[in-house]
Design a protein around this ligand. Structure first.
Ligand code: PEP
Ligand code: MG
Length: 580
Protein backbone atom coordinates (compact mmCIF):
# COMPACT_ATOMS: atom_id res chain seq x y z
CA UNK A 1 0.00 0.00 0.00
CA UNK A 2 1.21 3.50 -0.79
CA UNK A 3 0.18 6.30 1.55
CA UNK A 4 -0.73 9.56 -0.15
CA UNK A 5 -3.08 12.40 0.72
CA UNK A 6 -6.82 11.74 0.64
CA UNK A 7 -7.92 14.78 -1.38
CA UNK A 8 -11.43 13.77 -2.45
CA UNK A 9 -13.43 11.09 -0.64
CA UNK A 10 -14.63 7.75 -1.99
CA UNK A 11 -13.05 4.52 -3.19
CA UNK A 12 -12.40 3.32 -6.72
CA UNK A 13 -11.17 0.10 -8.28
CA UNK A 14 -10.01 -0.07 -11.88
CA UNK A 15 -7.26 0.00 -14.46
CA UNK A 16 -4.85 2.93 -14.54
CA UNK A 17 -4.62 5.30 -17.46
CA UNK A 18 -1.40 7.28 -17.17
CA UNK A 19 -1.57 10.77 -18.60
CA UNK A 20 1.69 11.87 -20.21
CA UNK A 21 3.21 14.84 -18.36
CA UNK A 22 2.09 18.12 -19.83
CA UNK A 23 5.57 19.49 -20.23
CA UNK A 24 7.21 20.75 -23.37
CA UNK A 25 10.64 20.40 -24.70
CA UNK A 26 11.60 23.99 -25.37
CA UNK A 27 14.88 24.36 -27.29
CA UNK A 28 16.87 27.35 -26.06
CA UNK A 29 16.22 29.45 -29.17
CA UNK A 30 17.45 32.99 -29.54
CA UNK A 31 16.04 35.33 -32.10
CA UNK A 32 17.91 34.95 -35.36
CA UNK A 33 17.45 38.55 -36.21
CA UNK A 34 16.68 40.90 -33.35
CA UNK A 35 13.03 41.54 -34.02
CA UNK A 36 11.56 42.44 -30.66
CA UNK A 37 8.26 43.69 -32.10
CA UNK A 38 7.59 40.36 -33.82
CA UNK A 39 8.45 38.35 -30.71
CA UNK A 40 6.21 40.51 -28.51
CA UNK A 41 3.39 40.16 -31.03
CA UNK A 42 3.77 36.34 -30.86
CA UNK A 43 3.67 36.55 -27.07
CA UNK A 44 0.55 38.76 -27.01
CA UNK A 45 -1.19 36.58 -29.56
CA UNK A 46 -0.45 33.54 -27.37
CA UNK A 47 -1.81 35.36 -24.33
CA UNK A 48 -4.99 36.39 -26.17
CA UNK A 49 -5.66 32.84 -27.38
CA UNK A 50 -4.93 31.41 -23.92
CA UNK A 51 -7.34 33.90 -22.33
CA UNK A 52 -10.11 33.01 -24.75
CA UNK A 53 -9.60 29.32 -24.03
CA UNK A 54 -9.64 29.91 -20.28
CA UNK A 55 -12.86 31.96 -20.59
CA UNK A 56 -14.50 29.10 -22.52
CA UNK A 57 -13.45 26.57 -19.87
CA UNK A 58 -14.66 28.85 -17.13
CA UNK A 59 -18.11 29.05 -18.68
CA UNK A 60 -18.21 25.29 -19.21
CA UNK A 61 -17.37 24.68 -15.56
CA UNK A 62 -19.92 27.24 -14.46
CA UNK A 63 -22.57 25.29 -16.37
CA UNK A 64 -21.49 21.79 -15.44
CA UNK A 65 -20.01 22.07 -11.95
CA UNK A 66 -20.91 25.39 -10.40
CA UNK A 67 -20.26 29.09 -10.31
CA UNK A 68 -17.88 28.94 -7.35
CA UNK A 69 -15.64 26.29 -8.92
CA UNK A 70 -15.51 28.30 -12.14
CA UNK A 71 -13.81 31.03 -10.12
CA UNK A 72 -10.65 28.87 -10.19
CA UNK A 73 -10.14 30.11 -13.73
CA UNK A 74 -10.22 33.72 -12.60
CA UNK A 75 -6.98 32.94 -10.80
CA UNK A 76 -5.59 31.71 -14.11
CA UNK A 77 -6.70 34.81 -15.97
CA UNK A 78 -5.16 36.94 -13.24
CA UNK A 79 -1.79 35.24 -13.78
CA UNK A 80 -1.88 36.21 -17.47
CA UNK A 81 -2.43 39.79 -16.36
CA UNK A 82 0.03 39.72 -13.50
CA UNK A 83 2.55 42.53 -14.03
CA UNK A 84 5.37 40.73 -12.19
CA UNK A 85 5.00 37.53 -14.20
CA UNK A 86 4.62 39.43 -17.46
CA UNK A 87 7.54 41.78 -16.92
CA UNK A 88 9.77 38.78 -16.13
CA UNK A 89 8.86 37.29 -19.54
CA UNK A 90 9.21 40.58 -21.38
CA UNK A 91 12.54 41.27 -19.66
CA UNK A 92 14.00 37.95 -20.85
CA UNK A 93 12.91 38.64 -24.45
CA UNK A 94 14.16 42.20 -24.38
CA UNK A 95 17.47 41.77 -22.63
CA UNK A 96 18.56 38.32 -23.74
CA UNK A 97 16.94 38.22 -27.20
CA UNK A 98 15.37 34.89 -26.36
CA UNK A 99 12.33 33.60 -28.22
CA UNK A 100 8.95 34.12 -26.53
CA UNK A 101 8.49 30.42 -25.65
CA UNK A 102 11.94 30.26 -24.05
CA UNK A 103 11.17 33.35 -22.00
CA UNK A 104 7.83 31.91 -20.87
CA UNK A 105 9.44 28.60 -19.91
CA UNK A 106 12.18 30.35 -17.92
CA UNK A 107 9.67 32.61 -16.16
CA UNK A 108 7.50 29.62 -15.18
CA UNK A 109 10.54 27.74 -13.89
CA UNK A 110 11.64 30.79 -11.94
CA UNK A 111 8.30 31.34 -10.19
CA UNK A 112 7.56 27.66 -9.66
CA UNK A 113 10.95 27.09 -8.03
CA UNK A 114 10.47 30.16 -5.87
CA UNK A 115 7.02 29.04 -4.65
CA UNK A 116 8.13 25.45 -4.22
CA UNK A 117 10.93 26.54 -1.91
CA UNK A 118 8.44 28.13 0.45
CA UNK A 119 7.29 25.82 3.18
CA UNK A 120 3.70 26.72 2.55
CA UNK A 121 1.13 24.33 1.15
CA UNK A 122 -0.95 27.17 -0.27
CA UNK A 123 1.93 28.72 -2.21
CA UNK A 124 2.95 25.32 -3.54
CA UNK A 125 -0.58 24.89 -4.91
CA UNK A 126 -0.36 28.32 -6.55
CA UNK A 127 2.83 27.13 -8.26
CA UNK A 128 0.63 24.50 -9.94
CA UNK A 129 -1.66 27.26 -11.23
CA UNK A 130 1.31 29.10 -12.75
CA UNK A 131 2.46 25.89 -14.42
CA UNK A 132 -1.00 25.24 -15.78
CA UNK A 133 -1.34 28.71 -17.29
CA UNK A 134 2.27 28.78 -18.45
CA UNK A 135 1.91 25.42 -20.18
CA UNK A 136 -1.18 26.64 -21.97
CA UNK A 137 0.73 29.66 -23.22
CA UNK A 138 3.65 27.45 -24.27
CA UNK A 139 1.30 25.17 -26.13
CA UNK A 140 0.19 28.11 -28.29
CA UNK A 141 3.68 29.47 -28.81
CA UNK A 142 4.95 26.06 -29.89
CA UNK A 143 1.80 25.13 -31.81
CA UNK A 144 1.52 21.75 -30.04
CA UNK A 145 -1.82 19.88 -29.91
CA UNK A 146 -3.69 19.26 -26.62
CA UNK A 147 -3.24 16.01 -24.76
CA UNK A 148 -6.63 14.35 -24.80
CA UNK A 149 -8.10 11.82 -22.43
CA UNK A 150 -9.35 8.53 -23.85
CA UNK A 151 -13.10 8.71 -24.41
CA UNK A 152 -14.21 5.32 -25.67
CA UNK A 153 -12.54 3.00 -23.22
CA UNK A 154 -13.63 1.19 -20.11
CA UNK A 155 -13.83 3.57 -17.16
CA UNK A 156 -10.34 4.07 -15.72
CA UNK A 157 -8.40 5.59 -12.84
CA UNK A 158 -6.57 8.61 -14.16
CA UNK A 159 -2.93 8.83 -13.09
CA UNK A 160 -0.95 12.00 -13.69
CA UNK A 161 2.08 13.82 -12.42
CA UNK A 162 -0.28 16.64 -11.64
CA UNK A 163 -3.73 17.53 -12.87
CA UNK A 164 -4.71 21.04 -13.72
CA UNK A 165 -8.26 22.38 -13.48
CA UNK A 166 -8.16 22.88 -17.26
CA UNK A 167 -7.60 19.18 -17.77
CA UNK A 168 -10.45 18.35 -15.43
CA UNK A 169 -12.89 20.51 -17.40
CA UNK A 170 -12.94 18.04 -20.25
CA UNK A 171 -13.16 15.03 -18.02
CA UNK A 172 -16.20 12.84 -18.35
CA UNK A 173 -17.06 11.79 -14.78
CA UNK A 174 -18.71 8.63 -16.14
CA UNK A 175 -15.38 7.52 -17.58
CA UNK A 176 -13.16 8.39 -14.65
CA UNK A 177 -13.54 6.17 -11.59
CA UNK A 178 -10.90 7.93 -9.58
CA UNK A 179 -7.71 9.95 -9.85
CA UNK A 180 -4.15 9.71 -8.56
CA UNK A 181 -1.60 12.50 -8.77
CA UNK A 182 2.01 12.71 -7.75
CA UNK A 183 1.82 16.40 -6.78
CA UNK A 184 -0.93 18.36 -5.09
CA UNK A 185 -2.72 18.34 -1.77
CA UNK A 186 -6.11 18.91 -0.24
CA UNK A 187 -6.39 22.58 -1.07
CA UNK A 188 -5.39 22.45 -4.73
CA UNK A 189 -7.91 23.66 -7.23
CA UNK A 190 -8.03 20.19 -8.73
CA UNK A 191 -8.95 18.77 -5.33
CA UNK A 192 -11.77 21.29 -5.01
CA UNK A 193 -13.04 20.30 -8.44
CA UNK A 194 -12.68 16.57 -7.79
CA UNK A 195 -14.78 16.95 -4.65
CA UNK A 196 -17.42 18.94 -6.52
CA UNK A 197 -17.51 16.30 -9.27
CA UNK A 198 -17.64 13.51 -6.66
CA UNK A 199 -14.54 11.73 -8.05
CA UNK A 200 -12.20 10.13 -5.45
CA UNK A 201 -8.67 11.57 -5.55
CA UNK A 202 -5.43 10.57 -3.86
CA UNK A 203 -2.61 13.03 -4.35
CA UNK A 204 0.91 13.66 -3.09
CA UNK A 205 2.52 10.37 -4.19
CA UNK A 206 5.72 12.12 -5.24
CA UNK A 207 8.75 10.08 -4.07
CA UNK A 208 6.51 7.43 -2.54
CA UNK A 209 6.55 5.02 -5.47
CA UNK A 210 9.29 2.46 -5.96
CA UNK A 211 8.24 1.98 -9.59
CA UNK A 212 6.17 4.26 -11.82
CA UNK A 213 2.50 3.42 -12.32
CA UNK A 214 1.76 2.13 -15.83
CA UNK A 215 -1.33 2.30 -17.99
CA UNK A 216 -3.18 -0.97 -17.44
CA UNK A 217 -2.03 -1.50 -13.83
CA UNK A 218 -4.86 -2.54 -11.54
CA UNK A 219 -5.37 0.08 -8.83
CA UNK A 220 -7.48 0.37 -5.73
CA UNK A 221 -7.65 3.88 -4.32
CA UNK A 222 -9.13 5.11 -1.07
CA UNK A 223 -9.73 8.86 -1.19
CA UNK A 224 -10.79 9.01 2.48
CA UNK A 225 -7.58 7.53 3.86
CA UNK A 226 -5.23 8.48 1.01
CA UNK A 227 -4.30 4.85 0.18
CA UNK A 228 -3.28 3.54 -3.23
CA UNK A 229 -2.85 -0.22 -3.80
CA UNK A 230 -0.93 -1.28 -6.91
CA UNK A 231 -1.96 -4.66 -8.38
CA UNK A 232 -3.34 -5.70 -4.97
CA UNK A 233 -4.06 -9.13 -3.52
CA UNK A 234 -7.55 -10.57 -4.06
CA UNK A 235 -8.46 -9.91 -0.39
CA UNK A 236 -7.85 -6.19 -0.80
CA UNK A 237 -9.91 -6.13 -3.99
CA UNK A 238 -12.71 -7.99 -2.23
CA UNK A 239 -12.60 -5.65 0.78
CA UNK A 240 -12.75 -2.53 -1.37
CA UNK A 241 -15.36 -3.94 -3.73
CA UNK A 242 -17.54 -4.34 -0.66
CA UNK A 243 -16.71 -0.84 0.57
CA UNK A 244 -17.42 0.71 -2.83
CA UNK A 245 -20.74 -1.10 -2.91
CA UNK A 246 -21.54 0.19 0.59
CA UNK A 247 -20.76 3.76 -0.47
CA UNK A 248 -22.90 3.41 -3.56
CA UNK A 249 -25.78 2.10 -1.45
CA UNK A 250 -25.34 4.91 1.06
CA UNK A 251 -25.58 7.48 -1.73
CA UNK A 252 -28.72 5.77 -2.97
CA UNK A 253 -30.18 5.62 0.52
CA UNK A 254 -29.42 9.28 1.14
CA UNK A 255 -31.11 10.11 -2.15
CA UNK A 256 -34.25 8.36 -0.87
CA UNK A 257 -34.38 10.95 1.92
CA UNK A 258 -34.94 13.71 -0.63
CA UNK A 259 -38.68 13.22 -0.40
CA UNK A 260 -38.76 12.81 3.39
CA UNK A 261 -39.43 15.74 5.74
CA UNK A 262 -36.57 16.80 8.01
CA UNK A 263 -37.97 15.84 11.42
CA UNK A 264 -36.07 14.72 14.52
CA UNK A 265 -36.97 11.37 16.05
CA UNK A 266 -39.13 13.18 18.60
CA UNK A 267 -40.96 15.31 16.07
CA UNK A 268 -39.13 18.65 15.78
CA UNK A 269 -39.62 19.79 12.21
CA UNK A 270 -36.74 21.58 10.50
CA UNK A 271 -36.71 23.12 7.04
CA UNK A 272 -33.71 22.77 4.77
CA UNK A 273 -33.43 25.11 1.81
CA UNK A 274 -30.72 25.51 -0.83
CA UNK A 275 -28.10 28.18 -1.40
CA UNK A 276 -27.93 28.77 -5.13
CA UNK A 277 -26.25 31.01 -7.69
CA UNK A 278 -28.05 29.82 -10.82
CA UNK A 279 -31.06 27.94 -12.11
CA UNK A 280 -28.79 24.92 -12.51
CA UNK A 281 -27.89 24.99 -8.80
CA UNK A 282 -31.58 25.07 -8.01
CA UNK A 283 -32.18 21.89 -10.01
CA UNK A 284 -29.57 20.05 -7.94
CA UNK A 285 -30.94 21.52 -4.71
CA UNK A 286 -34.45 20.34 -5.57
CA UNK A 287 -33.13 16.90 -6.52
CA UNK A 288 -31.64 16.76 -3.03
CA UNK A 289 -34.95 17.69 -1.47
CA UNK A 290 -34.49 21.42 -0.80
CA UNK A 291 -37.59 23.15 0.48
CA UNK A 292 -37.05 26.25 -1.57
CA UNK A 293 -34.17 28.67 -1.75
CA UNK A 294 -32.86 30.30 1.42
CA UNK A 295 -30.18 32.29 -0.39
CA UNK A 296 -29.93 33.17 -4.06
CA UNK A 297 -26.51 34.83 -4.47
CA UNK A 298 -27.30 37.10 -7.41
CA UNK A 299 -23.71 38.34 -7.90
CA UNK A 300 -23.12 35.58 -10.42
CA UNK A 301 -25.79 37.03 -12.70
CA UNK A 302 -23.66 40.15 -12.93
CA UNK A 303 -20.35 38.39 -13.54
CA UNK A 304 -18.70 37.26 -16.81
CA UNK A 305 -20.26 39.94 -18.95
CA UNK A 306 -19.54 43.45 -20.06
CA UNK A 307 -22.57 45.41 -18.80
CA UNK A 308 -25.09 45.25 -15.98
CA UNK A 309 -28.00 42.86 -16.62
CA UNK A 310 -31.19 44.80 -17.29
CA UNK A 311 -34.57 44.45 -15.57
CA UNK A 312 -36.07 42.09 -18.16
CA UNK A 313 -33.06 39.82 -18.18
CA UNK A 314 -32.97 39.54 -14.40
CA UNK A 315 -36.72 39.09 -14.24
CA UNK A 316 -36.46 36.10 -16.60
CA UNK A 317 -34.00 34.35 -14.27
CA UNK A 318 -35.93 35.14 -11.08
CA UNK A 319 -39.19 34.04 -12.67
CA UNK A 320 -37.67 30.73 -13.73
CA UNK A 321 -36.38 30.17 -10.21
CA UNK A 322 -39.77 31.09 -8.72
CA UNK A 323 -41.60 28.71 -11.02
CA UNK A 324 -39.17 25.83 -10.51
CA UNK A 325 -39.36 26.24 -6.72
CA UNK A 326 -43.13 25.70 -6.95
CA UNK A 327 -44.85 26.19 -3.61
CA UNK A 328 -41.60 26.90 -1.76
CA UNK A 329 -40.26 30.33 -1.05
CA UNK A 330 -37.24 31.83 -2.82
CA UNK A 331 -35.10 34.35 -0.97
CA UNK A 332 -33.24 36.59 -3.38
CA UNK A 333 -30.29 38.45 -1.97
CA UNK A 334 -29.65 41.77 -3.66
CA UNK A 335 -26.27 42.34 -5.25
CA UNK A 336 -23.37 41.73 -2.88
CA UNK A 337 -20.30 42.79 -4.86
CA UNK A 338 -17.12 44.29 -3.52
CA UNK A 339 -14.79 42.50 -1.14
CA UNK A 340 -13.68 39.35 -2.95
CA UNK A 341 -16.29 39.63 -5.72
CA UNK A 342 -15.56 42.18 -8.46
CA UNK A 343 -17.24 43.07 -11.74
CA UNK A 344 -15.02 43.76 -14.73
CA UNK A 345 -17.21 46.59 -16.02
CA UNK A 346 -17.87 48.30 -12.69
CA UNK A 347 -14.71 50.03 -11.65
CA UNK A 348 -14.21 50.03 -7.88
CA UNK A 349 -11.31 51.86 -6.34
CA UNK A 350 -8.37 49.88 -5.01
CA UNK A 351 -8.91 49.55 -1.29
CA UNK A 352 -6.60 48.91 1.62
CA UNK A 353 -9.19 46.63 3.25
CA UNK A 354 -11.72 45.48 0.66
CA UNK A 355 -13.74 43.32 3.07
CA UNK A 356 -14.20 46.35 5.29
CA UNK A 357 -14.79 48.54 2.28
CA UNK A 358 -17.22 49.47 -0.39
CA UNK A 359 -19.42 46.40 -0.81
CA UNK A 360 -22.93 44.92 -0.62
CA UNK A 361 -25.72 47.26 0.39
CA UNK A 362 -23.25 50.17 0.60
CA UNK A 363 -22.84 50.07 -3.16
CA UNK A 364 -26.54 49.46 -3.83
CA UNK A 365 -27.60 52.48 -1.78
CA UNK A 366 -25.17 54.66 -3.73
CA UNK A 367 -26.22 53.29 -7.11
CA UNK A 368 -29.94 53.87 -6.86
CA UNK A 369 -30.76 53.03 -10.44
CA UNK A 370 -28.85 49.78 -10.36
CA UNK A 371 -30.55 48.81 -7.10
CA UNK A 372 -34.02 49.81 -8.23
CA UNK A 373 -33.61 47.79 -11.44
CA UNK A 374 -32.84 44.66 -9.43
CA UNK A 375 -35.67 45.27 -6.97
CA UNK A 376 -38.11 45.79 -9.86
CA UNK A 377 -37.03 42.49 -11.42
CA UNK A 378 -37.52 40.64 -8.10
CA UNK A 379 -40.90 42.30 -7.54
CA UNK A 380 -42.08 41.29 -11.02
CA UNK A 381 -41.05 37.68 -10.34
CA UNK A 382 -43.07 37.79 -7.08
CA UNK A 383 -46.19 37.51 -9.23
CA UNK A 384 -45.00 34.01 -10.21
CA UNK A 385 -44.01 32.49 -6.87
CA UNK A 386 -43.26 33.17 -3.23
CA UNK A 387 -40.35 35.58 -3.35
CA UNK A 388 -38.55 37.28 -0.48
CA UNK A 389 -35.98 40.08 -0.64
CA UNK A 390 -32.77 39.91 1.39
CA UNK A 391 -30.38 42.84 1.88
CA UNK A 392 -26.68 41.94 2.42
CA UNK A 393 -24.12 43.57 4.71
CA UNK A 394 -26.56 45.53 6.86
CA UNK A 395 -25.02 47.26 9.86
CA UNK A 396 -27.62 49.86 10.83
CA UNK A 397 -31.30 50.77 10.86
CA UNK A 398 -30.68 53.67 8.49
CA UNK A 399 -29.51 51.29 5.79
CA UNK A 400 -32.70 49.24 6.07
CA UNK A 401 -34.81 52.37 5.86
CA UNK A 402 -32.90 53.73 2.89
CA UNK A 403 -33.15 50.39 1.06
CA UNK A 404 -36.86 50.14 1.81
CA UNK A 405 -37.41 53.65 0.44
CA UNK A 406 -35.92 52.56 -2.89
CA UNK A 407 -38.04 49.39 -2.76
CA UNK A 408 -41.11 51.59 -2.27
CA UNK A 409 -40.18 53.60 -5.37
CA UNK A 410 -39.72 50.39 -7.36
CA UNK A 411 -43.19 49.26 -6.28
CA UNK A 412 -44.79 52.57 -7.22
CA UNK A 413 -43.08 52.53 -10.57
CA UNK A 414 -44.42 49.03 -11.32
CA UNK A 415 -47.91 50.11 -10.26
CA UNK A 416 -47.66 53.05 -12.66
CA UNK A 417 -46.57 50.68 -15.42
CA UNK A 418 -49.49 48.37 -14.60
CA UNK A 419 -47.20 45.42 -13.84
CA UNK A 420 -48.26 42.82 -11.23
CA UNK A 421 -46.21 42.09 -8.10
CA UNK A 422 -46.74 40.90 -4.54
CA UNK A 423 -47.33 44.10 -2.53
CA UNK A 424 -46.65 42.25 0.74
CA UNK A 425 -43.36 40.74 -0.34
CA UNK A 426 -41.29 39.92 2.75
CA UNK A 427 -38.08 41.84 3.31
CA UNK A 428 -35.23 40.54 5.44
CA UNK A 429 -31.58 41.23 6.20
CA UNK A 430 -28.39 39.25 6.43
CA UNK A 431 -26.98 39.24 9.92
CA UNK A 432 -23.31 38.98 9.03
CA UNK A 433 -21.74 42.07 10.57
CA UNK A 434 -21.25 41.89 14.35
CA UNK A 435 -22.93 45.30 14.75
CA UNK A 436 -26.13 43.87 13.28
CA UNK A 437 -26.04 40.96 15.72
CA UNK A 438 -25.47 43.40 18.58
CA UNK A 439 -28.55 45.47 17.69
CA UNK A 440 -30.61 42.54 16.39
CA UNK A 441 -33.46 43.50 18.76
CA UNK A 442 -33.72 46.94 17.11
CA UNK A 443 -33.34 45.65 13.54
CA UNK A 444 -35.98 42.95 14.15
CA UNK A 445 -38.59 45.70 14.55
CA UNK A 446 -38.23 46.75 10.92
CA UNK A 447 -37.87 43.53 8.92
CA UNK A 448 -39.77 40.32 8.30
CA UNK A 449 -36.89 37.91 8.74
CA UNK A 450 -33.21 37.45 9.54
CA UNK A 451 -30.79 35.27 7.63
CA UNK A 452 -27.57 34.70 9.52
CA UNK A 453 -24.51 34.68 7.26
CA UNK A 454 -21.98 32.90 9.40
CA UNK A 455 -19.25 33.09 6.74
CA UNK A 456 -18.87 36.82 7.12
CA UNK A 457 -19.99 36.94 10.74
CA UNK A 458 -17.11 34.65 11.74
CA UNK A 459 -14.67 36.67 9.62
CA UNK A 460 -15.67 39.97 11.18
CA UNK A 461 -16.11 38.93 14.77
CA UNK A 462 -12.77 37.10 14.86
CA UNK A 463 -10.99 39.61 12.58
CA UNK A 464 -9.88 36.69 10.40
CA UNK A 465 -10.03 37.32 6.64
CA UNK A 466 -11.96 34.35 5.24
CA UNK A 467 -9.85 34.36 2.04
CA UNK A 468 -6.45 34.40 3.73
CA UNK A 469 -4.99 30.88 3.80
CA UNK A 470 -2.25 31.95 6.17
CA UNK A 471 -4.69 32.48 9.00
CA UNK A 472 -7.23 29.87 7.91
CA UNK A 473 -6.48 27.88 11.08
CA UNK A 474 -7.85 30.81 13.09
CA UNK A 475 -11.16 30.88 11.27
CA UNK A 476 -13.32 29.16 13.91
CA UNK A 477 -17.09 29.00 13.31
CA UNK A 478 -17.47 27.32 16.71
CA UNK A 479 -15.73 30.11 18.62
CA UNK A 480 -17.71 30.97 21.78
CA UNK A 481 -17.92 34.60 20.58
CA UNK A 482 -19.70 33.42 17.42
CA UNK A 483 -22.06 31.21 19.43
CA UNK A 484 -22.97 34.12 21.70
CA UNK A 485 -23.81 36.35 18.74
CA UNK A 486 -25.87 33.55 17.22
CA UNK A 487 -27.83 33.11 20.43
CA UNK A 488 -28.44 36.81 20.82
CA UNK A 489 -29.64 37.14 17.21
CA UNK A 490 -31.98 34.15 17.39
CA UNK A 491 -33.39 35.39 20.69
CA UNK A 492 -34.04 38.86 19.25
CA UNK A 493 -35.86 37.34 16.27
CA UNK A 494 -37.99 35.16 18.50
CA UNK A 495 -38.86 38.06 20.82
CA UNK A 496 -39.96 40.09 17.81
CA UNK A 497 -41.87 37.15 16.32
CA UNK A 498 -39.93 37.09 13.04
CA UNK A 499 -38.31 34.08 11.36
CA UNK A 500 -34.60 33.44 11.48
CA UNK A 501 -32.54 31.08 9.38
CA UNK A 502 -28.85 30.33 9.02
CA UNK A 503 -27.33 30.35 5.51
CA UNK A 504 -23.55 30.34 6.01
CA UNK A 505 -21.36 27.24 5.49
CA UNK A 506 -21.98 26.25 9.11
CA UNK A 507 -25.57 25.36 8.19
CA UNK A 508 -24.27 22.61 5.92
CA UNK A 509 -22.09 21.05 8.62
CA UNK A 510 -24.10 18.17 10.06
CA UNK A 511 -22.23 18.16 13.33
CA UNK A 512 -23.68 21.61 14.12
CA UNK A 513 -27.25 20.22 14.33
CA UNK A 514 -27.24 20.06 18.19
CA UNK A 515 -26.31 23.75 18.27
CA UNK A 516 -29.24 24.70 16.03
CA UNK A 517 -31.63 22.69 18.15
CA UNK A 518 -30.30 24.27 21.34
CA UNK A 519 -30.48 27.78 19.87
CA UNK A 520 -33.96 27.16 18.45
CA UNK A 521 -33.01 27.52 14.78
CA UNK A 522 -35.25 25.33 12.63
CA UNK A 523 -34.55 26.88 9.22
CA UNK A 524 -31.25 26.25 7.50
CA UNK A 525 -30.08 27.02 3.99
CA UNK A 526 -27.01 25.31 2.55
CA UNK A 527 -25.12 24.20 -0.53
CA UNK A 528 -27.11 21.57 -2.48
CA UNK A 529 -24.35 19.01 -1.79
CA UNK A 530 -24.90 19.21 1.98
CA UNK A 531 -28.69 18.86 2.09
CA UNK A 532 -29.05 15.08 2.32
CA UNK A 533 -26.25 14.63 4.86
CA UNK A 534 -27.74 17.24 7.19
CA UNK A 535 -31.22 15.81 6.78
CA UNK A 536 -29.94 12.32 7.56
CA UNK A 537 -28.42 13.69 10.74
CA UNK A 538 -31.65 15.42 11.78
CA UNK A 539 -33.68 12.25 11.19
CA UNK A 540 -31.31 10.36 13.49
CA UNK A 541 -31.35 12.98 16.24
CA UNK A 542 -33.40 13.23 19.39
CA UNK A 543 -34.04 16.92 19.95
CA UNK A 544 -33.94 16.76 23.76
CA UNK A 545 -30.62 14.94 23.85
CA UNK A 546 -29.23 17.20 21.10
CA UNK A 547 -30.29 20.32 22.98
CA UNK A 548 -28.39 19.10 26.02
CA UNK A 549 -25.29 18.55 23.91
CA UNK A 550 -25.81 21.97 22.30
CA UNK A 551 -26.20 23.60 25.71
CA UNK A 552 -23.03 21.93 26.99
CA UNK A 553 -21.16 23.14 23.88
CA UNK A 554 -22.43 26.65 24.42
CA UNK A 555 -20.85 26.70 27.87
CA UNK A 556 -17.45 25.43 26.71
CA UNK A 557 -14.70 28.08 26.76
CA UNK A 558 -12.81 27.36 23.52
CA UNK A 559 -13.63 26.62 19.87
CA UNK A 560 -11.56 23.46 19.94
CA UNK A 561 -13.48 22.10 22.88
CA UNK A 562 -16.81 22.92 21.22
CA UNK A 563 -15.76 21.25 18.01
CA UNK A 564 -14.35 18.20 19.81
CA UNK A 565 -17.61 17.74 21.70
CA UNK A 566 -19.66 18.01 18.49
CA UNK A 567 -17.38 15.49 16.77
CA UNK A 568 -17.62 13.13 19.73
CA UNK A 569 -21.40 13.30 19.74
CA UNK A 570 -21.62 12.82 15.96
CA UNK A 571 -19.46 9.71 16.34
CA UNK A 572 -21.63 8.40 19.17
CA UNK A 573 -24.79 8.80 17.08
CA UNK A 574 -23.18 7.09 14.11
CA UNK A 575 -22.10 4.12 16.25
CA UNK A 576 -25.62 3.88 17.67
CA UNK A 577 -27.11 3.92 14.18
CA UNK A 578 -24.73 1.26 12.88
CA UNK A 579 -25.31 -1.05 15.85
CA UNK A 580 -29.01 -1.27 15.06
C1 PEP B 1 -22.27 34.58 4.59
O1 PEP B 1 -21.57 35.59 4.69
O2 PEP B 1 -22.37 33.72 5.49
C2 PEP B 1 -23.03 34.31 3.37
C3 PEP B 1 -23.90 33.33 3.32
O3 PEP B 1 -22.79 35.08 2.27
P1 PEP B 1 -21.51 34.99 1.34
O4 PEP B 1 -20.83 33.68 1.64
O5 PEP B 1 -22.05 35.09 -0.05
O6 PEP B 1 -20.74 36.18 1.76
MG1 MG C 1 -21.71 37.28 3.31
Amino acid sequence: MIQGIGAAAGVAIGKAFVLPAWEWDVPDRRMEKVDLAKEFERLYEGIRTSKTEIEVMKNEIKETVGAEESGIFDAHLAILEDPVFMSEIQGIIERQYKAAEVAVKEAIDHFVTMFDLLDDEYMKERALDIKDVGNRLLKHLLGTPDITLPADTQPYILVAKELSPSQLVHLNPDNVLGMVTMAGGKTSHSAIMARALGIPLVSGLENKLTEPLQTGDLLVIDGDEGYVYLNPEPEIIARYTELAEKQRRRKEQLQLLAAVEAVTKDGVRMRLAGNISSVKDLELALKHGAEGVGLFRTEFLYMDRSTFPGEDEQFEVYRQVAEKAGPHSVTIRTLDIGGDKQLEYFELQEEENPVLGYRGIRISLDSRELFQTQLAAILRASAYGKMKILYPMISSLEEIRAANAILEEAKQDLTRRGIAYDPDIQVGIMIEIPAAAAIADLLAQEVDFFSIGTNDLVQYVLAVDRMNEQIAHMYHPFHPAVLRLLRQTVQAAKDAGITVSVCGEMAGDEKAVPLWLYLGVTDLSMSPQALLRVKHRILNSDSRESKEVGAACYRLPTSNQVEAELVRYAHELEQERLSK
